[in-house]
Design a protein around this ligand. Sequence first.
Ligand code: AMP
Length: 224
Amino acid sequence: MNLILLGGPGAGKGTQAKKLIDKFQIPQISTGDILRAAVKEGTEMGRKAKEYMDSGKLVPDEVVIGIIKDRLAQPDCKKGFILDGFPRTVPQAEALDKVLAGLSTKIDHVVSIDVDEEALVTRLTGRRTCKNAACGQMFHIKFTPPKKEGVCDKCGGELYQRDDDNEATVRNRLATYNQATAPLIGYYSAKALVRPIAGVGSIDDIFIKIVGIVSGGCSCACGR
Ligand code: AMP
């Protein structure tokens, strides 16, 4: 099962991807996570990417396409994968098609998680993530606060706010999404792959809808 999760920043792609890993035992590939790890390690790619990320702009296509090409060639992707945050431009989607053709596979589903823009701003500015990379659990200071402020319920790790989750950068990320990424809906609709879902309601309700779609069934919250 090769799945793309589309949706604006904060739509819940990462949260849903983590639940899908548990259910289907296939990896999540998040270019954002890979880039943040490179920033943390201080690699040359990380240093270059940070400038774009901090201002809410997209890292150049050739950089992320290179990342994805290497990652998809890993053996754990043979059973399937969940792409979260890639592709983000039409040239990235075209490059992905080529990479997958080279691996004799293709995209099976594109789930577009739709959420109102102001709701995304509220979600992102209140988002907190566990610093422990192996955990990465996410919280929201208002909607899903941790039991103890600043501490992860799951592993006890320290919670932090991403550098790009401040309001000014969030607004730039949304503008970038509308201009560069939203056209992907048309790209994948032309291939009859897009399944839009309303990204509102509980995390579990949205998860049931996605599982329904990828299992070839119903995309309402009935679970069939
Ligand atoms: P994310 O964690 O997916 O919200 O990504 C955080 C930031 O990483 C984005 O705002 C971009 O600067 C960069 N980034 C992640 N994925 C991509 C991509 N596919 N293309 C270009 N830039 C990306």
